[in-house]
Design a protein around this ligand. Structure first.
Ligand SMILES: [Zn+2]
Length: 436
């Protein structure tokens, strides 16, 4: 071949070869990322037997409720996140009702699927059934349709080694079959997303409870702030991104932006710690020690761990108070009939299954039965609606009453020891998150 022709061939041949390689790579990428997903979607039985009626994220947990009308020859059923190869099992409780099944991942808001534990990847929420067909066991996947008033959800995992996953939960359809896709991928935490919110109670003109020690008067608002700032410092050292409702002696609003009822949900925080100190109407040696106020419909695992660690690290004890007590040191104060009768707004939308304290009830949205839908707005108190009143993606709130400032031995233990209380709370969080 003559040299000029050879060069001419190379000029055409090399770009052509590069083009073919490029197309091959695109095709491979497509196979890897899309076809695998499509193959699993093709496996899903297109006759839909399950409906979702409720979905909510509360703290680090996702909870689902719905109904399942099983095919006749079903032998076993599991609720899983699956891509056809790996399954993440969801807890599942089934109850038979009029020939179909009611399902719930957990009756506790803070149980269900722990979102911190799902490995990165793309999954679909499906029922995985074992069917007996001619004495042969076969696996079938059944999809789920959305009959709830809620849609897609986003969740950012707690910061771990300076990294976060974003979990995108999205409704879609595939060949007219509804699908619920979970996509988990590493994402930098957006500027307005935080791990945990701390709310030092009171502040400004609202000094909270007061106590005296060696003729010095102590204000609850100051003590709350000292513990909160220490707690923020310790948790930040552990790598968490911490939001706080105040860093000085200023008044914090409730339902306005960055308020004590809104900041945790604005920042998609997984937990909210309202830090308080207690007092009793008259000086007493009887009432002292730690009280943790919790939300409705929860397991007390975390509350118990908080008590154990705070008592240990701050060298204190649980309160002997019996009213509202549901377990040693743990309190659930619901509205009483009397509270509801005295409600300023008639007709009241409160009932006795709802928590009395706004800094628990209003923070968990639908999970904690937030009542402030704005009906209080016209009152002289100027309260505006809770913007997260109907939210199904909220923080898990705790109200910590660390001790009685009008009990001398409690106050002695508190003043100057803010770091010990903060350490107890931080250690509890660590222990809870390491629970299997
Ligand atoms: Zn207080």
């Amino acid at each position: 071949m003559n040299r000029r022709i050879k060069e001419k061939y190379l000029k055409i041949f090399i770009p052509l070869l590069l083009g073919v390689v490029f197309l091959l790579l695109i095709w491979l990428g497509y196979r890897l990322f899309f076809v695998k997903e499509k193959t699993f979607l093709e496996k899903i039985d297109k006759s839909v037997y399950a409906s979702l009626t409720y979905e909510a994220i509360y703290g680090i947990h996702l909870n689902l409720k719905g109904t399942f009308d099983p095919p006749d020859n079903l032998e076993d059923i599991k609720l899983v996140l699956s891509n056809g190869k790996e399954d993440v099992n969801l807890p599942l409780e089934l109850k038979e009702k009029d020939g179909y099944l009611e399902f719930v991942t957990s009756n506790f808001n803070n149980k269900g699927l722990n979102l911190e534990t799902i490995p990165q990847g793309t999954y679909y929420l499906v029922f995985k059934g074992t069917i007996n067909e001619n004495n042969k066991e076969i696996i079938k996947y059944y999809s789920i349709e959305n009959k709830s008033e809620y849609g897609n959800l986003d969740y950012y995992t707690l910061t771990k080694n300076q990294k976060n996953n974003k979990i995108n939960i999205e409704w879609n359809t595939y060949e007219e079959c509804p699908t619920l896709r979970f996509k988990i991928e590493e994402t930098p935490l957006p500027e307005n997303v935080y791990d945990i919110t701390i709310d030092p109670g009171h502040g400004g003109s609202d000094i909270g409870a007061t106590g005296k020690l060696n003729n010095i008067e102590y204000h609850e608002s100051d003590l709350n702030l000292k513990v909160s700032l220490k707690l923020k410092e310790i948790l930040e050292q552990q790598g968490y991104k911490i939001a706080i409702t105040r860093t000085d002696d200023s008044y914090v609003n409730i339902y306005e932006p960055h308020g004590s009822a809104t900041l945790a949900n604005e920042t998609k925080s997984k937990f909210n710690f309202a830090i308080h100190h207690n007092s009793f109407a008259y000086e007493t040696d009887y009432l002292k020690g730690l009280e943790i106020y919790v939300a409705n419909d929860i397991e007390f695992d975390f509350a118990n761990i908080l008590i154990k660690n705070i008592i240990n690290d701050a060298n204190t004890q649980i309160s002997p108070k019996e009213i509202y007590q549901v377990a040693p040191g743990i309190y659930q104060r619901f509205f009483s009939e009397q509270d509801i009768l005295e409600d300023e707004v008639q007709p009241s939308n409160k009932d006795t299954s709802m928590i009395y304290y706004y800094n628990i009830r209003e923070l968990g949205g639908i999970s904690t039965k937030s009542t402030n839908d704005g009906r209080y707005a016209n009152l002289e108190n100027g309260l505006i609606a809770n913007p997260f009143n109907k939210s199904n993606n909220t923080t898990e709130p705790y109200l910590l009453e660390l001790g009685y400032v009008n009990n001398e031995s409690d106050l002695k233990n508190i003043v100057g020891n803010e770091e010990k209380y903060a350490t107890g709370i931080a250690n509890a969080l660590k222990e809870y998150l390491e629970m299997p």
